[in-house]
Ligand binder design. Structure first.
Ligand code: SF4
Length: 356
């Protein structure tokens, strides 16, 4: 049952939104409920507006959602009870380990990242160790995490941290942003998760959670907008600890409960606050602009196959063997050329190999 406090009313005027037994709101009923009670409220004189405001945390003049405090506190309590014990969340984590985990997790599910991260950190526990490693070993250890250019950039980052920062990950967000392979999200995440300081962490999970809970829409726009960034900044508490907790808990909520395709609203700690749910789950207004990215037959698949063959080999792989990896010769040539251009593969006269 979702309590509803009309705008301008008092606790005595709380109404309860009808729900199914599992706590979900019947589709379309939320709007009818709002209309009926808003009209009745006006007649009773305890609400001056007929807008369905109680269901939707509206921004104030600064863009801050009115009930964001409750959203943050409920999400934080839920996170404290249920957070996944990911290895880079352990008490003995290092800033370098957090940075590595963020780079690995950017486009890869954490379930695949975790075992690779554990082996990686045992082998190269700090930036200096990774900086000194043979690049071929780094690419082999990256395994099938995908987008292996991230591994190259991570090693470049390790070299800069080792050479220019004495092997210590910088705490300042601007210094982090200057590192190879570290973008806005990664820098903010390291500030929050490694150093426990305030930053605005806005990844796809947080974008989705804010879009649904605060803005009342199914999904955020295909590309991040300035309005989203402003909302995320307004949602982040000023206090360092609270901001770091909000960053971690809102990301976790998006990752394990409020997922893109199948949100588990029946298990959601903020179901009673969620504007999208309470509005009856309106459709995704950007649906026609979203591209679904397949895998089979793409250049990504071909590149992955070539990289897999080179990782499995001790040294050089004859060109004839590489040509057997994919039936479409033109596509294969294009993909091999792009791997060479990216610095992931080196070529001799009649063979290919990983960079030394
Ligand atoms: S899981 Fe459901 S109720 Fe929870 S935030 Fe997502 S859409 Fe809203």
């Amino acid at each position: 049952m979702a309590p509803v406090l009309p705008s301008g009313g008092s606790a005595a005027h709380v109404r309860v939104l009808p729900t199914y037994g599992d706590g979900t709101v019947p589709r379309g009923r939320a709007r009818r409920f709002v209309r009926r009670h808003a009209r009745r409220a006006t007649h009773n004189g305890w609400v001056r507006t007929a807008r369905p405001a109680p269901f939707r945390p509206r921004p104030d003049e600064h863009g801050t959602p009115l009930d964001v405090d409750e959203l943050r506190s409920v999400t934080g309590e839920w996170f404290a009870r249920t957070a996944r014990p990911l290895p880079w969340r352990a008490a003995d984590r290092t800033p370098w380990g957090v940075l590595v985990s963020e780079v690995m997790s950017q486009q890869t599910p954490v379930a695949r990242v975790a075992p690779v991260w554990v082996e990686w950190m045992e082998r190269w526990p700090d930036a200096a160790a990774l900086a000194a490693a043979p690049t071929a070993d780094v690419l082999r250890a990256w395994g099938s995490l995908g987008y292996p250019r991230r591994a190259l950039r991570l090693q470049e980052c390790a070299r800069v941290v080792a050479e220019q920062h004495g092997g210590v990950v910088p705490e300042d967000e601007a210094d982090l942003l200057a590192l190879p392979g570290v973008g806005t999200y990664t820098a903010a995440a390291v500030v929050a998760f490694a150093f426990g300081r305030r930053s605005v962490v806005l990844d796809t999970n947080v974008r989705r959670v804010l879009a649904r809970t605060v803005s009342g829409v199914a999904l955020p726009a295909p590309s991040p907008t300035a309005a989203e960034a402003a909302l995320a900044a307004a949602a982040a508490p000023e206090d360092d600890d609270a901001a770091a907790l909000w960053a971690a808990s809102s990301m976790e909520l998006g990752a394990v409960v409020c997922t893109a395709r199948a949100p588990r609203c029946d298990a959601c700690p903020v179901a009673g606050l969620c504007a999208w749910r309470l509005a009856g789950y309106p459709d995704d207004e950007h649906a026609s602009r979203r591209r679904s990215q397949g895998w089979a037959g793409t250049d990504r698949q071909v590149r992955g196959r070539v990289m897999g063959a080179l990782r499995a080999a001790d040294g050089h792989v004859p060109r004839a063997r590489v040509l057997d990896l994919w039936p479409d010769r033109a596509q294969l040539d294009r993909c091999v050329a792009s791997l060479v251009e990216d610095g992931l593969v080196e070529q001799t006269d009649d063979a290919y190999h990983l960079p030394a």
